[in-house]
Design a protein around this ligand. Structure first.
Ligand SMILES: [Zn+2]
Length: 870
């Protein structure tokens, strides 16, 4: 699954980092069974026929399970089952007694069963699913909404619309028979066997998935969708979007067939399923879900044709993640949620493989560098292993099984070398094809195929927690012509965090060129010496950044400048840019950053140089940022314009921003210019924003920026506009942004707080979610009570939303002087002094923590009476 990017308000400073993350989280909801349950039977075939009562938001189902019993003496066959009433159960064609007990349907057998005995169990039922199946329908506020019914099975939600065995550790063939209005399209797993007319202008679509799959990967999408058909090696390939979104098809999906070619070749195993369908649905609960042969995506991530040229990599990150899952996750599936990293780590890794192939080694290296920096400051993640049984607390879980696990596979590739690594992957896929796996299966596959023992590697990176925090000092002995390095591992060794044993390349450049020295680091404090032919001009520890780590390496500014100018690898140049962003009053540093911002051969380094200049925020640094506005790539200009939002009392910057907001050919750059103007609180900005808000733009991209800018501007004259755009009738994602902006508007205005409290009960999840954070930002103590009520309303025994509790605690503290601590200060860029790096970094972390809350909040929210599926 790919996590969800909600329509939250984010300050422009962190917007880029968030965009890079591409998605926030909804993962493994209710993944509260870390060990796979023991099984009574093996499912062989699930044939399910579904009809829908749209007015009632009801599903009417008839499922037939073919199964064989796994142990003697079994008296009843149990199926996971929620939100439904059962009208009949039949075993081998005869009526059978049944009972519903604690989310289980027990179907009694006439006599105790024997090992290997086969049964056909037919169950007729109907239900109003509160999870697993979602109805997206027009209403008075959204009369043009396409009618859509879609499912989301992961983690254990399929049993909300089919009584079924609902845990990954079994696999079954499936048949999905859907009877829907004649003008609807349906998409499900496997092969479309046929479409037949049904009474009342309906049509019945029959899909068959013949290779066995885990039940969380069963899915369908049905509704008013438009389809684009293609083929790949004689397999049907389809792209589907809700009617009205056809303008996104080409820009979003055009690389799909190249990806199918690439992954089939790279993984050494041909794409294994009967079709590949990608369907974007409205209000999806994740960014993407790798249902077997039929990926579901969110319409939020579709790329508008008019915006395609503004994105460095279209929607490839999401598409390649889900496509990788078709092998890693679907063909070979984790046996239990504890081993989810075998799904998600590989999918994250696969997306970066595609990025490397399509967009170059630099793009992939920059991705790893950013993921590394984000992960290393996530304190919650640091002390928890990737393989963690206690996964109820999903925050600790998510960032490790995606980014860190992706990094770990990246390191394994580096350490084994491409040939051996991809041979091992191929062997792992072939040996475990259509099986469910645990981590040991991967370890075994690597060793069997390459002879390399990776026990220690897995011990420290998968079963152990953390990563090395290196502190390195270098010295040169001119007489002996030796460079010495003092290398310390400074991570706190405790719990599952140990000392790391890692191979590191030390690269030393002298006047005669670069020499690379491979070393093994394993101790808390070690010294290494290297013979060189003259004084070192540049020393790199872990050249190219191949180890997940943090590095504190003291160097003089001249050496950082040389590193920025001459290092071959993007991470080393990006590190240098970051370091130079803290070097004050140094003209050469500013000049080097300015040069890099305009001319580094990779755009990511240009962006890092711009951010460093933004942090320096001196008159000279500002000049360099303005000069970089001429960059060709919109995603570099975006960062330049974003920095300008920090340049207070700077007439020239304000003027340039106004002209960019008006004239830049990229909508996204214009949008960020508006946000920077909002942050600078330039006179006349309110009127400009009102004007832009009412002019059309593709996918409302300027409306989003304008509403955000209004939040940053914090001008009470705009409150009525924000209230207007927060109200029902406007598109949900714009309402969400307006609500985010209201969170920052006049905090003394209790009417705004009251309106936000109303939104806690809106029918849309997005709106309720936005309202929670907006209330948190306001620091208005009147929000405490409704937030506490919300906290109490959920199934909190399952997953306590610590962060929501923190939020309430902060609000209470803020309401109690003199020890008052205003949370909204932490969250409000406008309140931070320009260029205050510590505050900005704290903001980064806070925003990330907020994102990580998403998954938990969704759980609470899904238990609220106002839920969408009610
Ligand atoms: Zn995934």
């Amino acid at each position: 699954m790919t996590r969800l990017n909600k329509g939250l308000y984010f300050p422009t400073h962190v917007a880029a980092a968030l965009l890079a993350l591409a998605a926030i989280f909804v993962l493994a909801a209710r993944a509260d069974r870390p060990y796979a349950p023991s099984r009574d039977y093996h499912l062989q075939n699930v044939r399910v026929a579904l009809r829908f009562d749209l007015d009632q938001r009801k599903v009417i189902g008839d499922v037939t399970h073919t199964l064989s019993v796994l142990h003697d003496g079994l008296k009843h066959l149990d199926f996971d089952c929620a939100d439904m009433t059962i009208s009949s159960a039949r075993v081998n064609g005869k009526d059978a007694p049944f009972e519903l007990r604690e989310n289980k349907l027990l179907v009694n057998l006439a006599q105790p069963a024997k090992v290997g005995e086969k049964f056909e169990v037919q169950i007729r039922y109907e239900g109003k699913p509160t999870a697993g199946l979602y109805f997206i329908l027009p209403d008075k506020d959204n009369p043009n909404q396409a009618k859509e019914v879609w499912t989301q099975g992961e983690a254990e939600d399929t049993h909300h619309y089919i009584p079924i065995y609902d845990y990954p550790n079994d696999r079954t063939a499936t048949e999905m028979v859907l009877t829907v209005p004649g003008d609807w399209l349906t998409v499900s797993n496997g092969k479309l066997l046929g479409v037949q007319d049904a009474p009342g202008g309906m049509k019945t679509w029959t899909w068959r998935q013949s290779l066995p799959i885990s039940t969380y990967l069963i899915s369908f999408v049905a509704g008013e969708y438009k389809e684009k058909k293609d083929t790949w090696h004689n397999l049907p390939v389809t792209y589907n979007v809700p009617r009205g979104m056809e303008d996104t098809l080409e820009a979003t999906f055009s690389h799909t067939k190249q990806m199918l070619d690439f992954f089939s070749e790279r993984f050494g195993v041909a794409y294994p399923w009967d079709q590949y369908a990608q369907t974007a649905v409205d209000d999806f609960v994740a960014s993407g879900m790798e249902n077997v042969s039929a990926t579901t995506l969110t319409t939020r991530d579709m790329v508008h044709a008019d915006l395609a040229s503004e994105r460095a990599e279209a929607a490839d990150g999401l598409l390649s993640h889900e496509l990788t899952h078709q092998w890693f996750g679907d063909l070979v599936t984790c046996k239990d949620w504890t081993n989810t990293w075998l799904n998600e780590g590989f999918a994250t890794f696969g997306a970066t493989l595609w990025e490397e192939h399509k967009y170059g080694v630099d793009a992939a290296a920059y991705r790893y560098w950013r993921d590394q920096n984000t992960w290393m400051v996530s304190r919650n993640l640091f002390t928890v292993p990737i393989l963690e049984r206690n996964i109820n607390d999903s925050v600790e879980y998510v960032g490790n099984v995606y980014e860190k696990a992706g990094w770990v596979m990246h390191m394994l590739r580096e350490q084994l070398g491409d040939e051996a690594f991809f041979r091992a992957l191929k062997h792992y896929l072939e040996a475990n094809r259509l099986q469910n796996v645990v981590t040991a299966d991967l370890v075994k596959a690597v060793e069997e195929s390459t002879g390399t023992n990776v026990d220690q590697f897995f011990e420290q990176w998968i079963y152990g927690a953390g990563a090395p925090r290196f502190s390195v000092k270098s010295a040169y002995d001119a007489a002996a012509k030796k460079v010495s390095l003092d290398v310390k591992q400074t991570q706190k060794v405790e719990g599952r965090v140990g000392l790391f044993h890692v191979p590191v390349n030390v690269a030393i450049t002298t006047a005669s060129g670069e020499q690379v020295f491979p070393i093994q680091v394993s101790k808390a404090d070690e010294a290494f010496t290297f013979s060189v032919d003259g004084p070192p001009l540049l020393v790199l520890f872990d050249k190219g950044d191949t180890i997940l780590k943090s590095l504190d390496f003291e160097k003089p500014p001249e050496e950082w400048i040389r590193q920025l100018q001459t290092a071959q690898d993007v991470p080393d140049r990006a590190d240098a840019a970051v370091a130079l962003g803290s070097v004050k009053d140094n003209d050469a540093a500013v000049a080097a950053l300015g040069e890099a911002a305009q001319r580094d051969r990779f755009w990511g380094v240009r962006n890092e140089a711009l951010r460093a200049l933004g942090r320096l925020n001196s008159p000279a640094a500002r000049k360099q940022v303005l000069a970089a506005l001429s960059n060709e790539q919109p995603w570099v200009r975006q960062v330049a314009v974003e920095q300008m939002g920090l340049f207070q009392h700077d007439e020239e910057a304000a003027k340039r921003l106004q002209s960019v907001a008006r004239d830049d050919k990229a909508y996204s750059v214009r949008g960020i210019a508006l946000q920077s103007l909002g942050q600078l609180k330039e006179p006349g900005t309110a009127a400009l924003l009102e004007k832009v808000l009412r002019a059309p733009s593709p996918h409302n991209v300027l409306q989003v920026s304008t509403l955000r800018a209004m939040g940053a501007l914090d001008d009470p004259s705009l409150d009525p506009t924000l209230l207007e755009w927060s109200a029902a009738g406007k598109p949900d994602f714009l309402r969400g942004v307006a609500i985010g902006a209201l969170g920052r508007a006049d905090r003394k205005n209790h009417d705004i707080t009251a309106r936000l409290i109303e939104y806690l009960h809106d029918s849309s999840f997005d709106i309720r979610f936005a309202a929670i954070f907006a209330l948190g930002r306001r620091g208005d103590p009147t929000a405490i009570e409704p937030l506490e009520a919300l906290l109490k309303s959920g199934q909190l025994s399952l997953s306590m939303p610590h962060s929501l509790e923190d939020l309430i605690r902060e609000l209470k503290a803020a309401a109690t002087p003199p020890a008052a601590k205003d949370l909204s200060k932490d969250l409000n860029v406008a309140d931070t002094s320009a260029g205050n790096q510590a505050v900005l970094e704290r903001l980064d972390r806070l925003e990330r923590a907020l994102m990580e809350m998403n998954e938990r909040l969704r759980k609470i929210e899904s238990a609220l009476p106002a839920g969408k599926s009610d």
